[in-house]
Design a protein around this ligand. Structure first.
Ligand SMILES: Cc1ncc(C[n+]2csc(CCOP(=O)(O)OP(=O)(O)O)c2C)c(N)n1
Length: 574
């Protein structure tokens, strides 16, 4: 259905098209090739957040999308503006986050002439977008934006880039708005699991003696948490989570095992290795999850519930593939499976926990020292597990995953697939727009924080409330840990000098606090929570602690480096 109206410029059509997609906020930075759009923005009801670097715009749109479940929008000029988006686009691609990135492009007549600020951004982003468009005609803008939102959010979500030439933004036309469902030749995002496969899967689940569910990001994306809870209640299967799956099944549920993989809990990895059936739900057998592939879960049959057919048998060969939305699949499986209690298997898993508890750093008396894990644990306790946590990448990210127990979906925002340092601060600002009332904690390293610290200015300008915890160990900690374990302790380019973070916060008109011992954690966190504006806390933690357990890259999942036991002696050895 189309309804003709008065003439509009391409720039005006762009904002109207975004409004029609339900967009309320965009994150961006202006420049020559996108100036017509920025001029028309003044007459649009859409809120624009002026970032300090376009990478921040993409991460903000990403954080917004992950928390809201909607499409996030970033906007930038051509050339350097567009290329600055690249890391954020790749981050969203690897974690299947729906973004629409809009870039200005040089005039259509100059394309290919190496014009000022010309970059072939559709060429650059081809492998890191789900789809991208170069729009050179004003008449294509409305239709392309509609398609872009559809592609970004349908099926397995992902980023879409729309590059619009300056002359297309300036030209005028009578826009044609369509409400008809978008149909794209060759694009079939919807799949449904076949009934024969569903029956086979149900038989395997009923017959299994040692099954484990592997719950991934797909559970959260499909809003399938309540259904998964019912499915687990019926089948009695314990649940291991991927990093991005945390919160998709309540961490404090008796059948929640915790995180699997490189820094997963030891008993979880052992349970997977001993399992006779893995039921993978919305996860993609990433190498950080499987360890060495030919030794991964050697005795287990595998059922893979996944929306993207390209993931089936990509890394791990599976016995049954249930291709479709994981919520629909669980819905269809539910009546087919029998009620089970798996007393022996759960008993065995309890045994597998073995001495994990005594190795846990939580058992270690702080003796005046501040451990990052203690900070995470205290944050979890003080916020009663209800905060929305946005992490950066490194050791602190893994400690957060281990010690901040997430009971709810969309409460952990982290860059899993690309592992992008600098993600947390801008992603948290984006999350703030999606969840205006939630308590948000940014947990970041001293290294990653400095990659996008310029966004403190954006936070100040937007006058928003965030709580920022810098886990300051004076190193690029995760790389230092690898150097400690695998490069004979030769610390190459990992010791890190930082600015005075408290003064940096203050320079932005924000409150800065410093914490150097465990007894200061609670008062500082309480002060941050009670303060209306953004507060940054510089946690000076133990400098050379390591994240345990660790499956070395390429090792079998059960070959973990464990925290030396008993840890009290280790502390004295240090
Ligand atoms: C953009 C980017 N560059 C490099 C890396 C490689 N890398 C992974 S973790 C890490 C160290 C992170 O240090 P820091 O932010 O201080 O956090 P910590 O590990 O100490 O908690 C590095 C350099 C990365 N993941 N992303």
């Amino acid at each position: 259905m189309s309804s003709p109206g008065p003439q509009r410029t391409g720039a005006q059509i762009l904002w109207e098209a975004l409004r029609r997609e339900g967009v309320e906020v965009v994150f961006g930075y202006p420049g020559g090739a996108i100036m017509p759009a920025y001029d028309a923005l003044l007459d649009s009801p859409i809120r624009h957040v002026l970032v300090r670097h376009e990478q921040g715009a993409a991460h903000m749109a990403d954080g917004y999308a992950r928390v809201s479940g909607k499409v996030g929008v970033a906007i930038a000029t051509s050339g350097p503006g567009a290329t600055n988006l690249v890391t954020g686009i790749a981050t969203a691609m690897l974690d299947s986050v729906p973004l629409v990135c809009i870039t200005g492009q040089v005039g259509s007549k100059s394309l290919g002439s190496d014009a000022f600020q010309e970059t072939d951004i559709t060429g650059v982003t081809l492998p890191i977008t789900k789809h991208n468009y170069l729009v050179t005609k004003v008449d294509d803008i409305a239709k392309t934006i509609r398609e872009a939102f559809y592609v970004a959010s349908s099926g397995r979500p992902g980023p879409v880039l729309v590059d619009i030439t300056k002359d297309a933004q300036q030209a005028a036309t009578v826009p044609v708005w369509s409400d008809a469902p978008v149909r794209l030749p060759g694009y079939r995002p919807d799949h449904r699991a076949q009934s024969a496969e569903l029956s086979r899967a149900a038989e395997m689940i009923d017959a299994a003696k040692r099954p484990v569910i592997l719950a991934g990001h797909g559970i959260i994306k499909a809003d399938a948490t309540p259904l998964l809870r019912d499915f687990v209640a019926k089948t009695g299967m314990p649940v291991a989570s991927t990093l991005l799956g945390l919160g998709g099944f309540p961490a404090t549920h008796p059948l929640s095992l915790g995180m699997m993989g490189m820094h997963g809990e030891a008993w979880v990895n052992h349970a997977i290795q001993e399992a006779d059936l893995l039921v993978a739900l919305g996860m993609r057998f990433d190498d950080r999850v499987t360890g060495k592939l030919d030794t991964f879960a050697p005795n287990a049959k595998k059922i893979h519930c996944e929306l993207d057919p390209a993931e089936i048998n990509k890394n791990v060969r599976v016995d049954v593939a249930l291709i479709g939305d994981v919520k629909d699949t669980l819905d269809a499986l539910m009546p087919l499976v029998s009620r089970r209690e798996r007393v022996d298997w759960l008993g065995r898993i309890r045994e597998l926990k073995g001495d994990s508890a005594v190795r846990d750093i939580q058992q270690m008396p702080p003796a005046g020292r501040l451990f990052a894990a203690h900070v995470m644990h205290d944050l979890w306790r003080i916020t009663q597990g209800n905060a929305l946590v946005v992490t950066d990448v490194g050791q602190h990210q893994m400690w957060e995953a281990q010690y901040y127990k997430h009971d709810h979906p969309r409460k952990l925002v982290t860059s899993g697939g690309l592992g992008t340092m600098g993600f947390a601060l801008p992603a948290a600002l984006g999350a703030r727009f999606a969840a205006p009332k939630e308590e948000i904690w940014v947990i970041t390293g001293d290294g990653g924080f400095q990659m996008t610290a310029c966004e403190l200015s954006t936070i100040a300008q937007e006058n928003v409330k965030l709580n920022i915890a810098i886990i300051n160990n004076g190193y690029l900690g995760m790389v230092r840990q690898w150097q400690q374990f695998f490069y004979d302790g030769r610390y190459s380019a990992t010791p890190l000098k930082s600015p005075d973070f408290v003064k940096l916060a203050e320079a932005h008109g924000l409150m800065g606090l410093r914490v150097t011992s465990r007894n200061e954690v609670e008062p500082a966190v309480a002060r941050a929570r009670a303060t209306a504006g953004t507060v940054l806390i510089d946690f000076r933690v133990e400098q050379e602690d390591a994240v345990y357990p660790m499956v070395p890259a390429g090792a079998a999942l059960h070959d973990m480096i464990r925290r030396p036991s008993p840890i009290v002696e280790t502390a004295e050895d240090d």
